[in-house]
Design a protein around this ligand. Structure first.
Ligand code: FAQ
Length: 333
């Protein structure tokens, strides 16, 4: 007997749920912010937790490559700037963890996901910082790429994420400028300093282009995230904008971007450029990056070493709450 094949039946929503979904979608389409207490589809909540927590982890792990150079900064001024910058990254992680917490996930759950490898963080922080020029290059290019990606996120549909991005973008702008100024000093310095700046650009260029994520036709989350107005611009659009903004900056300080395919395309009013090594990207995403093991073990050690501080803060809060309760009970009596 021949079996009839039928398409799976679409999930039926109750009239009440249909009305909620319609109202949610209308608000998103009208560019209104969705706030934590508003009703939202589960999948929207999950996507936000995924993206915001991974963004927070990136800021948090992202302190390590530069933190590694604080004691070795060449002057007191550079040390001061670097210390402030690394502290800013910790602050960004905190705003983002707080924004994710408003969606009903806890800091402990997010940390567990990072340390167990379940949650990702940006591939870029799995590369080593070998010389002082790497620090200027991170400010110039990594913060530069981060801003390019984060400016549109200031208009993300989820209010707490969008508002966190406003402050983050202001600080990242400062980071980008200090990085460019630092790399400019090297590029205009001695022949050895210029060579060090060029070597850093050679090593960081392609990993920075990978920060924007896979090409649009290989990006499984983009379509839905753009429909929900979480992402406002596609991975490839932002990568192109970054290349167009950065090439003149490299040329202005006499550095050479290591891409033989790079050329100005008058018709598209932008640069044509080569293809990043996507195999390398996916390997780093899988946790096989050059410094992946070191980064996670440092974060695990920091979490474990800080346990007594969290315990002490909880004990203090409980003692304070008990005292307040006793005082208010006495007042009522
Ligand atoms: N690294 O479908 P898509 C910074 C994953 S902050 C690792 O395109 P989506 C500040 C992606 O998660 C840098 N994984 O995904 C700083 C997904 O896997 P999943 C971080 C990546 O979410 C500077 C899969 O590939 N910024 O640097 C990467 O629509 C200096 C498929 O990809 C943000 O997080 C990657 N590069 O688009 C700190 C910005 N790319 O999760 C210290 C917010 C993709 O389904 C020093 N995030 N994947 O398992 C976003 O805009 C987006 O999440 C994208 C990815 C664009 C990163």
């Amino acid at each position: 007997m021949q079996r009839m094949t039928t398409a799976p039946a679409p999930i039926e929503l109750s009239a009440e749920d249909r009305a909620r979904v319609d109202a949610f979608e209308a608000r998103v389409a009208d560019d209104q912010f969705i706030e934590p207490k508003d009703w939202m589809p589960d999948a929207y909540r999950k996507t936000l937790v995924r993206q915001i927590s991974q963004h927070a982890h990136s800021e948090y792990v992202g302190m390590l490559p530069e933190g590694n150079w604080i004691t070795r900064a060449p002057t007191l001024r550079r040390k001061d700037i670097l210390l402030a910058k690394v502290q800013d990254e910790a602050g960004h992680a905190l705003y983002l963890y707080c924004a994710a917490e408003t969606l009903g996930t806890s800091r402990d759950q997010m940390t567990e996901a990072l340390l167990s490898g379940k949650a990702k963080y940006s591939t870029i922080f799995n590369y080593p910082t070998l010389t002082w020029a790497d620090i200027g290059t991170i400010g110039w290019l990594v913060d530069g790429a981060a801003i390019m990606n984060q400016v549109p996120l200031q208009r993300a549909s989820f209010g707490p994420y969008a508002r966190a991005m406003v402050r983050v973008c202001k600080e990242e702008s400062f980071h980008q400028r200090q990085g460019y100024e630092s790399i400019m000093a090297l590029a205009q310095g001695t022949a050895e300093q210029k060579a060090m700046a060029q070597d850093a650009l050679d090593r960081w260029w392609w990993p920075v282009l990978m920060m924007f994520g896979p090409p649009d036709d290989k990006s499984p989350n983009s379509e839905q995230s753009m429909r929900w107005r979480i992402k406002r611009e596609s991975n490839d659009t932002l990568r192109q904008k970054f290349v167009d903004a950065t090439i003149p900056q490299a040329e202005a300080i006499g550095l050479h971007v290591p891409d033989p395919a790079l050329r100005w395309n008058e018709a598209k009013n932008g640069y044509d450029f080569g293809t990043p090594d996507w195999e390398e990207f996916y390997a780093v995403v899988r946790g096989e990056g050059p410094t992946a093991t070191e980064r996670i073990s440092e974060r695990r050690a920091a979490w474990e070493d800080g346990a007594w501080v969290r315990d002490a803060a909880m004990a203090h809060a409980e003692k304070h709450a008990a005292l307040t309760n006793t005082a208010s009970t006495a007042k009522v009596a």
